[in-house]
Design a protein around this ligand. Sequence first.
Ligand code: ATP
Ligand code: MG
Length: 314
Amino acid sequence: MTTTIHTEALTKTYDGHTVVDGLDLDVKAGEVFGLLGPNGAGKTTTILMLLGLVEPTSGEMEVLGLDPRRRPLDVKGKVGFLPDAVGFYDNLTGRQNLRFTARLNGVADAETHIGGLLEQVGLTEAADQLAGEYSRGMKQRLGLADALVKSPLILMLDEPTTAIDPEGVATMLDLIRRLAAEEDVTILLSSHLLQQVQAVCDRVAIFVRGRVVVSGAPHELAADKKGTTRVEFRFDTDDETARGRLEKSATVDEVTHGRVPGSWVATLEVGFLPDTVSSLVSDGARITGIHRVDEDLDAIYRRYFESAESETAI
Ligand SMILES: Nc1ncnc2c1ncn2[C@@H]1O[C@H](COP(=O)(O)OP(=O)(O)OP(=O)(O)O)[C@@H](O)[C@H]1O
Ligand SMILES: [Mg+2]
């Protein structure tokens, strides 16, 4: 797989305030990559730098092998962008707005393509209504269609689902996955809606105050910084003996209730699972089930966010 977005020590400072701080990013072709973080973390600024719309203070970047600072038009020709506040010509219909974008980008025979895009984003019925009469969610859908008019190699989506209803979100996430899987479109999206990102992203980077505190596949992030993981043990009896045995095991950090009676969730060092199991068994425990409990991204995010906050608060 080739790298389509690459940054090294990318930094942006506004009035002495560093909002993107030494960002190293590698996004591969056909990957769905999520920039995650709270308000003001630097997600939009990062996207705007990659599009050549904001000048970095320092650092390197390449998009499809091009430097957006030197070749902004070439980059824009290949990258579809859905801004967080999408704007259209209010006195044109949705379809006419897409035609306008097609003409700007020199897309030939656009009519069928546009019809298909309107269908994909669920706007066929509203296609000939004025964009000025669209709801915010409809504008966001039109924004996605608009970003796709030029059949881009990369899509950058800034908070693509914030205004969209749950059914629309499912459609949009399906479309994002399909574009990546079937058409090899690389997708960089920013969001603070963690559940959605978890469902759709191959990898994520969690931003806190302009710095990436952790990145990886959502399931990789479920094992925390210290290399611990959470495992649910089920026992054939519903009593505290099992818990006591688990707590006694030297390799176990913490024990909490599992989801069903007789089950306990232990936090332990990755790699110590076999030792833990054999010490439980030799102690007389009858184990009926073992499985890993993945944290959802929300919990992971809060954990990293809190630890990064406490580190920077000193
Ligand atoms: N043009 C600008 N001039 C000065 N400061 C700016 C400018 N643009 C952004 N900032 C600051 O940079 C920081 C990062 O902003 P950015 O919009 O990149 O965050 P974000 O992660 O996209 O946040 P959100 O989730 O709210 O969209 C913020 O503190 C913001 O105030
Ligand atoms: Mg933003």
